[in-house]
Ligand binder design. Structure first.
Ligand code: FMN
Length: 191
């Protein structure tokens, strides 16, 4: 699939700083991109740099900047990355306690192709609520990139800084683009 609109939701974990890699990957393939950040993620990113790169303000609150539409734009795919332990558990439960979580709840409900890329350590990943959350999201049709088949595993506690460099931004985009392609009606006229 060539082109489309990608919505990225960034959570509060180290790889958030490198979300520019995902933006550039998408733009190189003729996709437009907009970024929403959880309130915690705002401490991990450079919003001004991302706004310059995407041409859209980074949304984190319900308050939109002048001239910005309030409703969600037509979205071909959603990537939630890096996805924290906290946000993954909330998304699975359907919690909508900030703008990012509300957007995610609605986009998944609209059946927008969605990819979640967790960034969690092995201690958090071993918790029963997290395992249930992954199973629930997968059951709902969300693609969660985690496990041996995805070659992306929880890291040992305390090793997040080293693991950050291996964050699979390109795989995240390619998976989302493939899902978008598969979900697009054959008669839509897109190439
Ligand atoms: C420096 C720092 C690094 C963090 N790294 C992670 C992480 O890699 N994974 C994670 O799940 N939480 C991480 N956290 C904790 C989350 O930021 C915290 O759970 C926060 O509530 C997440 O909010 P959000 O899910 O709304 O973005 C980190 C926190 C700090 C301060």
């Amino acid at each position: 699939m060539k082109g489309g609109h990608l919505q990225i939701v960034v959570c509060g974990a180290g790889p958030a700083f490198d979300v520019t890699d995902l933006v550039r990957t998408a733009q190189e393939r003729s996709w437009t991109v907009a970024i929403t950040a959880t309130p915690s993620a705002m401490d991990f990113i450079e919003p001004q740099r991302l706004e310059t790169l995407t041409g859209h303000s980074v949304r984190s609150t319900y308050q939109s900047s002048p001239g910005t539409r309030r409703s969600l734009p037509a979205t071909d795919a959603l990537v939630i990355a890096p996805a924290t332990y906290n946000s993954i558990n909330k998304i699975a439960l359907g919690l909508a306690d900030n703008y990012a979580m509300t957007s995610v709840a609605e986009l998944i409900g609209r059946q927008v192709p969605t990819v979640i890329v967790p960034f969690v350590n092995a201690a958090l990943a071993a918790r029963a609520p997290f395992r249930h959350a992954l199973a629930s999201l997968r059951d709902e049709g969300v693609r969660v990139l985690l496990g041996p088949d995805d070659q992306w595993e929880p890291h040992p506690p305390g090793s997040g800084n080293e693991r950050q460099r291996a964050f699979p931004w390109v795989v995240a985009f390619e998976t989302a683009a493939q899902l978008a392609h598969e979900s697009r009606p054959a008669t839509s006229g897109h190439t």
